[in-house]
Design a protein around this ligand. Structure first.
Ligand SMILES: Nc1ncnc2c1ncn2[C@@H]1O[C@H](COP(=O)(O)OP(=O)(O)OP(=O)(O)O)[C@@H](O)[C@H]1O
Ligand SMILES: [Mg+2]
Length: 488
């Protein structure tokens, strides 16, 4: 509407302006022409008339003038007057014009007999009382002006209409994407995250691209959340299921024990009673381990684990841990003694102990625990070391635990780090809940590293933990050794 309004105003200004300008120009030209013609007529009359002109002389003059152009003439002398045709009349002469002519000037005046404009030019003959008035009809000029007015009105109207249509079309084109964006935003608000806008190459295209990016990231985020919720629900179900087995076993063993509470005749405890009590104690211990693992997982999930970083030699650490844990002889620790880490030894111990226990339990000895220095391949580990430890990272520590058992089938390898995942559920009778590798994974992440598995039936299984190393791996501070303590 604003566009159409602007076009209408412009059209009005242009048409009215040109109409009036052309009108003024035509009028001025007509006056100039009439004045020039009248001057000529007066000189002509002066030449034609004798010094004392009679009525017949004037009649002759009028006849002679009639052929000179498209005008009519009125001659007045005192009260006498003579006209050349019906267009000329003494009544049309205004007193002002008479005065001007009386003073000897060439005067002019537009008059409107029968609503047709006529230009009257009057002058006095030199050396006499006779006055000549010439009547120039302006009908043609007015007709021309009327036609111009009509033409301009039509053109202005067409222009205004075209402007309105153009404005309408443009506004529609400009506002359509806005409308589409509004509809899309509405649908998104209603929960439909699949909506996308067509992406053009104009400013709205960029807006649409931004909108689509926002929708995609929202959708991805929602899917992530949904997936996290699904995992949480699965975890709760698994926890309930895993707790149920040892608890039912405990209930069974406890009631068995209750039935066999009586002593032998000689006052000793019967063998079955002792056996039932042992089972009870074993399963209570298992249950406690499961609950401990669950607690650790939930602490790691909640981010409620504080890191206590210390600098220490990796090989020393592994050897002392082996001693403290009573690892059998076929668990061998090898590697470069100068390798120094700055990390939380408790967390590292959790990782290594779980991996070695797995190797002993699920694989075949010998078990090789090896610490090597490798060039960093994961950008994350090195960056994390610099930001958390404050020490410059110099490559990575690859700590691998290798055994020579049957290995893990390829289809299981991706999932062994999942919570409660066991490659052989039928061996569920054996101790172990399937939380060990999940705890390894979370701890590795917490230390700024990562853990991976490589396994084949021929070569056995190798779990590798990668952690950022300290730059000067020989700089082991003596007092730090005291801070290393091992869980029994
Ligand atoms: N070295 C290995 N060789 C073969 N299979 C393994 C090895 N380590 C782990 N696995 C498989 O991966 C599964 C998951 O291991 P994880 O440590 O998470 O659980 P777990 O050892 O069964 O129980 P938990 O560690 O909680 O006592 C194991 O059940 C086992 O099937
Ligand atoms: Mg395990």
């Amino acid at each position: 509407m604003a566009f159409a309004g602007a076009v209408v105003v412009t059209a009005l200004v242009v048409t009215l302006g040109s109409y009036f300008l052309v009108g003024i120009y035509l009028r001025d030209r007509a006056i100039d022409e009439a004045l020039a013609q009248s001057r000529f007529n007066l000189r002509f009359a002066e030449a034609l008339l004798p010094a004392e002109p009679a009525q017949t002389d004037f009649e002759r003059l009028l006849q002679a003038l009639a052929t000179r152009g498209d005008f009519e003439t009125l001659v007045t002398e005192a009260d006498e007057s003579l006209v050349s045709g019906p267009g000329a009349s003494r009544d049309l002469i205004t007193p002002e014009l008479q005065d001007a002519v009386g003073r000897g000037q060439l005067g002019y005046q537009p008059v409107h007999p029968n609503s047709v404009t006529t230009l009257v030019v009057g002058g006095r003959l030199p050396g006499g009382e006779a006055r000549l008035y010439f009547f120039y009809p302006q009908g043609e000029r007015e007709e021309l002006l009327d036609r111009l007015g009509l033409l301009l009105s039509v053109a202005g109207l067409v222009l205004a209409l075209a402007g309105a249509l153009l404005g309408w079309g443009l506004a529609g084109r400009v506002l359509r994407p806005v409308y589409e964006a509004r509809v899309a935003a509405g649908r998104m608000a209603a929960g439909n995250l699949d909506v996308r806008l067509p992406e053009g190459r104009d400013e709205f295209g960029e807006l649409s691209a931004d909108f689509n990016r926002m929708a995609s990231s929202l959708q991805a985020r929602m899917e992530e959340l949904e997936e996290a919720r699904r995992r949480e629900r699965q975890f709760t179900a698994d926890v309930a299921h895993e707790l149920r087995t040892p608890v039912s076993a405990l209930v069974g063993e406890a009631s068995l024990l209750e039935q066999r509470l009586s002593l032998n005749a000689d006052g000793t405890i019967p063998v079955e009673t002792r056996r039932a009590a042992e089972l009870l104690v074993r399963d209570v211990a298992r249950l406690r381990r499961l609950v401990d693992d669950l607690l650790e997982i939930s602490r790691l999930d909640a981010g409620a684990v504080d890191l206590n970083r210390v600098e220490f030699s990796v090989i020393d650490f592994l050897e002392r841990m082996g001693e403290a844990r009573g690892w059998p002889d076929d668990v061998r620790v090898t590697g470069d003694r100068r390798l120094t880490l700055c990390t939380d030894p408790r967390r590292l111990e959790r990782i290594v102990v779980n991996l070695v226990e797995n190797a002993l339990r699920h694989g075949e000895p010998p078990v090789v625990v090896e610490a090597r220095r490798v060039e960093p391949t994961m950008s994350g580990a090195a960056a994390a070391a610099e930001s958390v430890g404050g020490h410059p990272a110099a490559g990575e520590l690859a700590l691998s635990v290798t055994d020579f058992g049957f290995g893990i089938l390829a289809e299981h390898q991706e999932r062994v780090f999942d919570r409660f995942y066991k490659t052989d559920p039928s061996r569920g009778e054996r101790p172990g809940s399937g939380l060990g590798l999940a705890i390894v994974w979370e701890n590795a992440r917490l230390l700024g590293g990562a853990v991976s598995v490589k396994s084949s039936p021929e070569e056995g299984t190798r779990f590798t933990l990668r952690l950022p190393l300290l730059a000067d791996s020989a700089s082991l501070a003596a007092e730090d050794e005291d801070t290393l303590q091992f869980n029994s």
